[in-house]
Design a binder for this molecule. Structure first.
Ligand SMILES: Cc1cc2nc3c(=O)[nH]c(=O)nc-3n(C[C@H](O)[C@H](O)[C@H](O)COP(=O)(O)OP(=O)(O)OC[C@H]3O[C@@H](n4cnc5c(N)ncnc54)[C@H](O)[C@@H]3O)c2cc1C
Length: 359
């Protein structure tokens, strides 16, 4: 049984049911429409292409990154491969849910039922994980992320922007992702709690003025197409991702139920999709090649847990490293990080190395 109707829950259901495994999905909470556009790696795209999801992909071939004191780094695609891809969260939810509903191997339940394997995909505030009394360690970044859509002066159709800005209240990270039109972008803006408190009481033109302070002179002429939705940003670690409950049923955590990172690198959902893919592979390998083990074979599930815990370490490292580097108040670091960006920007070799590693 799959618990949680977010992207990761629905994708896990599709990956398992597409390989003719009978499973149930719990339809208790209706996932609200997601206004975000997400950044996806080439690897994630190939997982989704593998199950032929009809998503509109917007390739990003150039990213301009700006530091908090004239530091700047422009990354471009190497060997014709996009740096990353953008797709709509709303469309992703819709196509997945259609696939889930139309699959004859999926039963949609209103109430939890007993199952040999419970796949928990309920996000960071998972109720089932709490009921199982699985401890989590979480740290607030003391930041709020705001996301929505806006229009602006034209830019290259496949160019993304990111600014690390030292504002009055502390570090702000502003990202603009292309969504297939030269004058429209998806915005993700992370900011200290105090600034968010101010922002939510401002009118749209006043919010635009604050946006201009960060983005000028590179991009201007902003107008919000949607209101900004807000998210509290937490880092979260759960030490135990799998086990057996009191009824001796196996449970396993997938996606944000198991881990949480800062959205600054756009990696959280990519990690969740990687979790879903590996878990589906492990379960199906048992069903097809070792039927005596069954879908709920705990040692195999533990292998998934160990492998994914290792895989997510680099993402945690990148997010914490970048956040720590730009949030640090020391003036010497302030100079060093901007100098570092400019040095990288002048070295074609280092830039290509970064791009190849990231891709
Ligand atoms: C502003 C912002 C921008 C981001 N941008 C990116 C990006 O560009 N790229 C990227 O990779 N990641 C990004 N992330 C991270 C990404 O949003 C998360 O990692 C991802 O949404 C996690 O998906 P999930 O399905 O595991 O959890 P969630 O999205 O939290 O979904 C869990 C769902 O389960 C439902 N649920 C809970 N309990 C039950 C239950 N008992 N029964 C049924 N349903 C239940 C909830 O209502 C929810 O809809 C971003 C995050 C933020 C905040």
């Amino acid at each position: 049984m799959v618990l949680g109707r977010g992207i990761v829950g629905n994708l896990t259901s599709v990956l398992l049911a597409d390989r003719t495994l009978r499973l149930a999905i719990l339809d208790q909470l209706i996932a609200e429409s997601d206004p975000r556009y997400f950044a996806f790696t080439e690897k994630t795209k190939s997982i989704l292409d593998g199950i032929k999801l009809p998503l509109n992909w917007y390739p990003v071939n150039e990213v301009a990154i700006f530091g908090d004191n004239k530091g700047q780094l422009i990354l471009q695609n190497v060997e014709g491969r996009a740096l990353f891809y953008v797709a709509s969260g709303k469309q992703f939810h819709e196509v997945l849910w259609q696939r889930v509903q139309s699959n004859p191997f999926v039963e949609i339940l209103k109430e939890p039922a007993s199952a040999r394997l419970k796949v928990i995909c309920e996000g960071q505030h998972s109720v089932t994980r709490e009921k199982l009394k699985i401890p989590k360690n979480s740290w607030s970044y003391q930041q709020i992320a705001m996301a929505g859509l806006l229009c602006h002066t034209p830019r290259k159709i496949d160019k993304a922007f990111q600014w690390f800005h030292k504002g009055q209240y502390g570090l702000e990270i502003l990202a603009l992702l292309p969504i297939g039109e030269i004058d429209k972008s998806a915005i993700v803006w992370s900011m200290p709690l105090e600034k968010a408190e101010v922002m939510i009481h401002l009118t749209a033109p006043e919010q635009v003025a604050l946006l201009n302070e960060i983005s000028e002179p590179h991009l201007t002429g902003f107008n919000f197409i949607t209101t900004l939705h807000t998210w509290d940003i937490q880092k979260m670690r759960v030490d135990q991702w799998s086990g057996r409950d009191r009824e001796n049923q196996t449970w396993v955590l997938v996606g944000d139920s198991a881990h949480g990172i800062h959205p600054l690198a756009g990696l959280g959902l990519n990690l969740g999709i990687g979790d879903a893919k590996l878990l589906a592979d492990v379960v199906m390998n048992n069903v097809v090649n070792h039927p005596w083990k069954g879908v709920d074979h705990l040692p195999s599930i533990r292998k998934y847990e160990r492998q994914r815990k290792t895989d997510i370490l680099w993402a945690e490292w990148v997010c914490d490293g970048l956040h720590g580097l730009f949030a640090h108040p020391d003036n010497r670091l302030h100079l060093l990080r901007n100098w570092g960006l400019n040095v990288l920007d002048r070295s074609r070799f280092l830039k290509e190395l970064i791009v190849k590693t990231a891709v």
